[in-house]
Structure formats: structure tokens, C-alpha cells
Design a binder for this molecule. Sequence first.
Ligand SMILES: Cc1cc2nc3c(=O)[nH]c(=O)nc-3n(C[C@H](O)[C@H](O)[C@H](O)COP(=O)(O)O)c2cc1C
Length: 346
Amino acid sequence: MYKRILRPFLFLLNPETAHILSLKSLGLVGKLPFGRSILKLFFKKKPKNLERELFGIKFPHPVGLAAGLDKNGDYYNDLAALGFSFIEIGSLTPNPQEGNPRPRLFRLVKDRAIINRMGINNKGIRYAIDRIRKEKPNVIIAASIAKNTTSKLEEDIIHDYMECFSLMYDFVDMFTINVSCPNVVGLQGLQDLSFLSDLLDPLLDLRRCYETYKPILVKLSPDINEIQLNEILDWCMLYGIDGIVATNTTRSRDNLKVSKSRIEAIGNGGLSGAPLYEKSLAMVRKINEHTKGRLPVIGVGGIMTPAQAKEMLDAGASLVEVYTGFIYNGPAFVGKIIKYLSDAKR
Ligand SMILES: Cc1cc2nc3c(=O)[nH]c(=O)nc-3n(C[C@H](O)[C@H](O)[C@H](O)COP(=O)(O)O)c2cc1C
């Protein structure tokens, strides 16, 4: 029904309008009496032998929602009713920010892809904390944190991450440090190890002050080179980062089916969806090889079919996340992946 009726209708709309409308509709259904139970009945599949324990957290199965869809934590329990094992909310910054001017979200339907330059539009970390205070999550929550676009000096940038981290610490199960968004000026530069270590060090120190342990993962771009990647991985293993999220969107425009003129007209932005898959898969493999499996990886990028989710797990990912695949396949996508993975276990 999604592919035949809902998606053609939604794809007639401007992508950002369709995105907002879909989430608001999901939220409305979730608020109806028995709304979430009905969603669960339709979409939530019972995983068989897919549970796993990572960083001290028990995941019912390995499929989560990637950052950027539930930016402010408005819909985590509604999305959980669709069957996700964990939800990455954010990316969140200390202060609310508008993001980049519109248009900033583009569908490449022929390529089953999206280009976005949203620029981490969000209502700020305090808004998300209020949400969690008001509505207890019934799913594992990861908070993706980032800096405000206006923070340019090193000390301000580090302060931004520390503020988000310390304010959010008691409210979520784990953290993702987003240093790889291609749409915020200077954010990808944070992946240089000299800077990244200055940023992660105080977060690791701060974590020692808390009684409970919350895992810290670092989200990387698929566009960094192998030397840079290996340096980051060695540092992360040495200093106690819990895992890597690989990958964010890519700046690459290779092997696209849409015309060059369309791509030029769209301009800057991060590409996600089908064309990203091989790059993300290769990066997951590289990480797993380099770390000899000692640093858990969440594989994300271009998973458009259940078989690709399995391939990503077979390549060494401990968990996977989807975003663009969810937009193209609809609310039944997670259930389909779970069924495929459960059947493959038999
Ligand atoms: C519209 C949009 C917004 C996104 N916003 C964020 C974000 O705020 N923080 C983040 O870490 N990743 C963000 N991402 C990247 C996704 O989390 C994911 O890493 C990427 O899209 C690749 O996965 P996919 O091919 O399954 O979409 C965004 C992606 C899209 C399409």
C-alpha cells in the first residue's frame, strides 16, 4: 500500500513538506486511543534470535533508525511502534538553529537517493530533554550531538559538545558524536585527529564523573581517506571510545543516473541512499579489518533492501541503521528486514 498509494502521493509534494507531513501523521496516529498498538499490530515483527548485547545494552534486534529523521525527539515512541530496536535522535545542538535556507532536501528517485543540506536544523538540546522528561521512551535512545553552526573557535566547538553531552547524560542510553555532517561549515574538519582527540578527550573525562556508564560512538564520513580512518580508529581503541557509526552522507556524486544538469541545479549537500551503499559497506569492512573486530560498528548508508542489511552485518557491523531506505520502502521496511534476518537464522 505504501509503494502503490502513499509514496506516489508523498513524492508529489515538496520533499521537506512530505517529510513533515509523514511524521506529523505518524504522531497523530500514535496519539489516538490504541494508535500505537495498531501500528505495532501492522508493522512490528517479532524478531527470532536476533537480540544482542553491546556496550552493556541489550538490543532486541540489530535494526535502528539513523540520525536526522527524529531531529528533536518528537516521535521516538511512534517510530518504535514500527519496530525499530533503537532510535538515534538529533543531531542536537546546544541552541536551537534554523539550518540552511530552503530548498535543502532533494529526492533523486531514479537513483533511490536523497541529497540534503538541512544544516542540522533542530530545536536544541533542552527541547529534546523536555520531550524525554514528558514522555518516557519505550525504546533504546541514542542522542546524536553536534555543534551550533555559529560556533567557530575550537574552545566554543568543544564547549558545544560538552554542553549537549552533560545536559543529556541522564536522559539517553548512548551518544553519537556527529563530526561528519557535510552541510555544516567546518564540521567535517573535526575529523582531523588533532582536533578530534581534543574534542573527545574531555567527553571521556566528563563521563568518568557519572555513576552510570553511557557508550560514546563517533560518526564518520565515508569521504575520509584510509590513513585518516586508521588514525581515528587507533585513537578510539586506545582511549576508550565505544564504537563507530559508519557512515554519514557523502559529498560524492559518482555513478548517478539523474542528469548532470539536475545535480548541478541541486548544488551542495550530502548524498544518501542506494548510491552510498558500496562506500559505507567498504568502510564497515575496513574498520572491522583494521580493528580486528574490537571496535563495534553501526553500519549505515544506503541500506535499501533486507539483503543489504544482512550483508552489512556480515561485513562486521554489530548493528545497522536505516534512513533513506525507510523513506523509499515505507513503514513496513523494518519488519521486512527483521523477518529476513530471522529467516536467515533458521
Ligand atoms: C534529510 C537527512 C538529514 C540527516 N540529518 C542528520 C543529522 O542531523 N545527523 C546525522 O548524524 N546524520 C544525519 N543524516 C545522515 C543519516 O543519519 C545517515 O547517516 C545517512 O543518510 C546514510 O544513511 P541512509 O543512506 O540510510 O540514509 C541525515 C540524512 C538525511 C537524508
